[in-house]
Write a protein that binds this ligand. Sequence first.
Ligand code: 7TS
Length: 420
Amino acid sequence: MSPSWKNIRADFPALHQQVNGKPLVYLDNAATSQKPQCVIDTLTRYYTQDNANIHRGIHALSIRATDAYEKARKRALKFLNAASPADIVFTAGTTDSVNLVANSWGNENLKENDVILLTEMEHHSNLVPWQLLAKRTGAKLRFLPVVPGDTGLLDLTKLSKVLTPEVRIFAFTHVSNTLGVINPAAELCAAARKVGALTLVDAAQSAGHIPLDVQQLGCDFFVLSGHKMCGPTGIGVLYGRAPHLDKMPPYRGGGSMIKSVSYFESQWAPSPAKFEAGTPNIADAIALARAMDYLDSLGREAIAQHDKKLAALAYVRIMTEIPGIRILGPAQHRSSVLSFVIPGAHAHDVVTLADQDGIALRGGHHCNQPLMRKLGLTSTSRASFYFYNTEEEVERFILSLKRIQKFFPLWCQANTPPDA
Ligand code: 7TS
């Protein structure tokens, strides 16, 4: 049975406020989600009762904090259906996780003319670290194209052409933060495996939105950010398959990640400690585990259906009621992200006008500059939904768009791209 989505809003204190004299409609969930009270309470409880450093103290608080932190790792394991706690590394987020893999695995394994395969829709977080790696090693970057036009689908007919035996790793986003498209992650991982390439799935936009199982996906690495799935900022997860993590060198050196240290050399602890140098983000890891409990109590399939329904409703209403607005991404295989362009209007103006109506959108290039250029754009406006959004909020969003469109009447006559 579906949860009562309306009652769920009571769990999110930040949703109950006025912005510019109107009740807030928060549609910037792809940037970061709001936090339920139980996650906020978990942080407060940790800092008021258990706060201590971990993996070192033998006093009561340190033991409690260590237990809670390692329990959080087991919670993340269950959330992703990983095989062992050693496969779960806590990081600062998706960006940090990709940098860890690109530096640790990449420096060790790539040589000149090896190929790093990405897609044309990667967030800068899953592009720039690989560019840096390519510069360091002489490896080459290659891209699986997006189908020309606005559908936002990956051109799978080109997959066998770009996925050749020189490819050592294929790193791709599960859900595009700009196009909203859900990529066929399991299919892409299986294709990569056939040519002996490893895979990294950027789940920043899918974790907490759609059901996930890293073993079913068959990926080698899987990365996510806690703050986009009801958890705190500054905490994320890197899942890696044990044979890779075992062989990878540390990314950062410091306390807690060693077996022994002498003045001139050191030996590393096994994963995950090897990758968690220094005092980790204890409180936020524990609060992320609470967010995972919360999401699972709602049901991730139910969340996915709800998000999809709202995005589809917004899509259909724009297409049928507001001619002239260009929507990016597919009608099918769409998650909760809806990017659009009002020809002649800068996205920042659209977002500012929506803010006057109490509606939080995002405008900009969404850290997707190469994709924007390919689409002939500099920016889009974006509404991104989550399970606490309602159909009434979609209605407010549509009414706001109709009001905004009136500011740009000459430009909004035809449903054609500005550069067509
Ligand atoms: N990958 C994807 C697909 C993303 O959407 C984002 C953040 C990241 C990686 C980076 O995540 P971080 O938590 O390490 O910063 N995306 C967005 C966005 O769309 N608006 O703000 C941040």
